[in-house]
Write a protein that binds this ligand. Structure first.
Ligand code: DGJ
Length: 703
């Protein structure tokens, strides 16, 4: 049973972890522990009820509440902030009852004066050692209630005064740098106000006590399941408690909760592992593969995408020439990116008019697709449903469908305006327009792109509070995408937002994979891929070989892309016969290892303190095989000794590792570093792919 009620505590248990909370002596719902699962219910301490410490530190301020609302003398970051119609601006929810159903615990809290009901939902995701939390609020009173902040959860990693926060930051073309920094008293804020989750930070965190590494140590980590504005506050209080709160961004947010109405937050998930940052990533990867992805068992094809080869200059002949080359390489899915639809001859026109352009496809797009299919490949198409160019039929007919403030200029981003997906008429148009193309063509793959940040986020005809836009837009997006998915279950979806502008769990409920960066230069990309791997598995990570960073050797470019969902996005009509041959070789190698990359367990093996050296391995779940990648981009003082220690092998099983002599036990391989540097043959811009294979044990060969 994943939820136990014992001695005033509720204990949620997963396979290896437990999360405890209870009502303290003062009636506050209080956190009581999060870490390894303990043998007996009595092992969990009762919820704390701190006393006052002088007149300026009263109990409410330093009680580790599960979900503090702003009230009383609390000056920590609250999860909930409201205003009532009578001008009162706080809420004092107190525990009333608990219900348990299956794996979910619901705690019901009520304000003593106002008929406002707050419910905290806790679900133990037992197989993946995660706790999923949400909050909902119901207005049973007679007056509207204004929500000004409503987070999904506050988490309490028990790291005392040694908290260290890991997070990802970056920018367009340079996403997902991993940063670890100590937290000191005060609040660090990570957020997006861009309407998408953003290139700049991602709604993911890990906290440790400064002593965890890739393989060992306690780590508490989590994600927000939302693809819009979000906020994370990492707070160390004046009494050295560490709180991580996460949820919808309260910046420019307001929600008018009418009498009888309920508002529910998106879910937040978090977990605990004793197995370091690698253990945290692997737990998230399994969860995403098994419980989030729309097609969990899909073996992804090798893609070809024509964007970087032809840009907007899409013609039947040129695309067919690319398709013939792609088929010769062994690609299995041919995709036309931007540039196929009516009026799309440049960035400034056509967006919004989702019909094949008859000038580009005089014989029709369906005939072109039949040609691709005849070459043995499936076909995919690009859309950017949320945008419209002023130079389009759609905008001429519906200028009021875009986000705007009536008195302000409508600023263009990449020559486009932003459709207001909070509007039901816009949702209906998009469903109809995309559906028409999918229903009348043999399309197996769609790239859903999104290429600007928001400005003038106005909704002049909003039925209620216009600042609900931030949330209603995202639900509108979910609705359009879910409807299209349901109507076209044969389609595989990719999400892209100028590369990594929308890398979040909300997206992975809609799309099978993510284009993680417009930067496909292989050496740059290695770091971006490592950042991405903190959160999400390689089976969601699109990686192409393109014509970017061609100073990097051809093999290296393929090896880097083989660490994810391999695709090619180069102008392959210009590739030499030798390059075509090399590409064919690596694509066929990829096909023989893709089950490991896509479904295996990732071990990041890069040794600490060796800049410019990256190593990783994917091991099959049964540990009978694996594949190791190593890359060198910089020769520093460590060059002669670039070494890798394998991880994750079964200690007593004997393996061969391609390129290294011997049949040795997992323990032996994991204890002796493998040489890759000067002595192992890996120089600057050197890279290698090595197979790891378990061998049948021979009798009598044990020590
Ligand atoms: C931005 C994407 O990131 C690119 O890959 C490409 O699809 C362009 N949009 C097309 O306009």
């Amino acid at each position: 049973m994943p939820v136990i009620a014992h001695n005033g505590l509720y204990i949620l248990t997963t396979q290896r972890t437990a999360y405890a909370l209870g009502v303290n002596r003062d009636g506050l719902l209080t956190h009581a522990g999060w870490g390894p699962r303990l043998p007996f219910p009595d092992d969990y301490p009762p919820p704390a009820a701190p006393g006052a410490w002088g007149p300026f530190n009263n109990p409410a301020h330093h009680t580790p509440e599960e979900y503090p609302a702003w009230e009383d003398m609390k000056f920590i970051e609250p999860c909930l902030k409201v205003s009532h119609a009578d001008g009162v601006r706080d809420l004092a929810p107190r525990f009333r009852s608990a219900t348990m159903a299956d794996d979910t615990l619901r705690l019901h809290l009520v304000d003593a004066v106002y008929d406002i009901h707050l419910t905290l939902h806790y679900r133990a995701v037992a197989d993946h050692d995660l706790i999923e939390r949400r909050a909902s609020i119901h207005n049973a009173g007679r007056h509207p209630l204004r929500l000004e902040r409503m987070f999904s959860a506050r988490w309490h990693p028990p790291v005392g005064d040694r908290a260290r926060l890991s997070y990802l930051h970056g920018r367009w073309f340079d996403e997902m740098h991993l940063t670890r920094e100590p937290l000191h008293p005060g609040t660090k804020v990570l957020e997006s106000r861009r309407l998408t989750s953003g290139h700049h930070h991602h709604p993911w965190f890990a906290v440790d006590a400064g002593d965890a590494d890739e393989d060992r140590g306690e780590v508490w980590y989590g994600l927000l399941d939302w693809s819009g504005n979000w906020k994370l506050t990492a707070e160390v209080t004046d009494f050295f408690a560490t709180y991580i709160s996460i949820g919808l961004n309260d910046w420019d947010f307001a929600w008018e909760l009418a009498p009888g109405a309920t508002f529910e937050t998106p879910p937040a998930l978090a977990g605990y592992t004793p197995d370091g940052f690698g253990g945290a990533s692997r737990a998230l990867h399994d969860f995403v593969r098994q419980q989030v992805l729309p097609h969990p068992d899909l073996v992804h094809k090798v893609y070809y995408n024509s964007w970087e080869a032809t840009g907007f200059d899409v013609t039947h002949e040129a695309q067919l020439a690319l398709a013939r080359q792609a088929a010769a390489l062994g690609a299995e899915m041919f995709m036309i990116d931007d540039g196929w639809y009516r009026g799309r001859f440049a960035q400034s026109s056509g967006l919004g008019d989702w019909e094949p352009d008859p000038q580009k496809f005089p014989g029709g797009l369906a005939a072109f697709i039949a040609g691709v299919n005849a070459l043995g490949m499936d076909f995919g198409l690009w859309f950017e449903p949320e945008m419209v160019n002023p130079d389009s039929q759609l905008y001429r007919e519906h200028p009021d469908w875009v986000l705007h403030f009536p008195t302000r200029e409508r600023r263009l981003g990449r020559d486009a305006l932003h459709l207001n997906l909070a509007r039901e008429d816009v949702q209906a148009y998009l469903i109809e327009a995309v559906d028409r193309v999918l229903a009348t063509h043999n399309i197996r793959y769609v790239n859903w792109d999104m290429n600007r940040n928001v400005s003038e986020p106005g909704w002049p005809q909003a039925p209620g509070e216009p600042r609900e836009l931030w949330v209603r837009y995202v639900y509108g997006l979910y609705h359009v995408w879910h409807t299209l998915r349901a109507r076209h279950p044969q389609v595989i979806w990719q999400s892209c937002s100028g590369g990594g502008g929308r890398i979040d769990l909300g997206m992975l409920r809609l799309s099978d994979m993510i284009w993680i960066s417009d930067n496909s230069g292989a050496a740059h990309r290695l770091g971006i891929q490592q950042g991405y791997s903190q959160m999400f598995p390689a089976t969601t990570m699109q990686t192409w070989v393109t014509d970017q960073q061609t100073e990097v050797p051809f093999d290296f470019r393929f090896h880097a892309a083989m660490c994810g969902l391999l695709g090619v996005g180069a102008n392959i009509t210009q590739w030499s016969a030798a390059e075509m041959e090399q590409a064919r070789h690596w694509i066929s190698v990829y096909k023989s290892i893709r089950h490991l990359v896509q479904q295996g367990d990732l071990y990041r093996l890069t040794p600490a303190g060796m800049p410019g050296f990256t190593a990783l391995a994917y091991l099959s779940k049964d540990r009978q095989e694996g594949v190791l990648f190593a890359f060198c981009t910089y020769i520093g003082q460590h060059e002669p000794s670039l070494t890798v220690r394998l991880r994750g092998l079964l200690p007593e099983v004997r393996y061969t590792v391609e390129g290294f002599a011997g049949v040795r036990s997992g323990t032996a391989w994991m204890s002796a570093p493998l040489q890759f540097g000067l002595y192992g043959g890996l120089g600057i811009f050197g890279s290698t792919v090595r197979r790891i294979v378990a061998v049948i044990p021979e009798e009598g060969n044990h020590v």
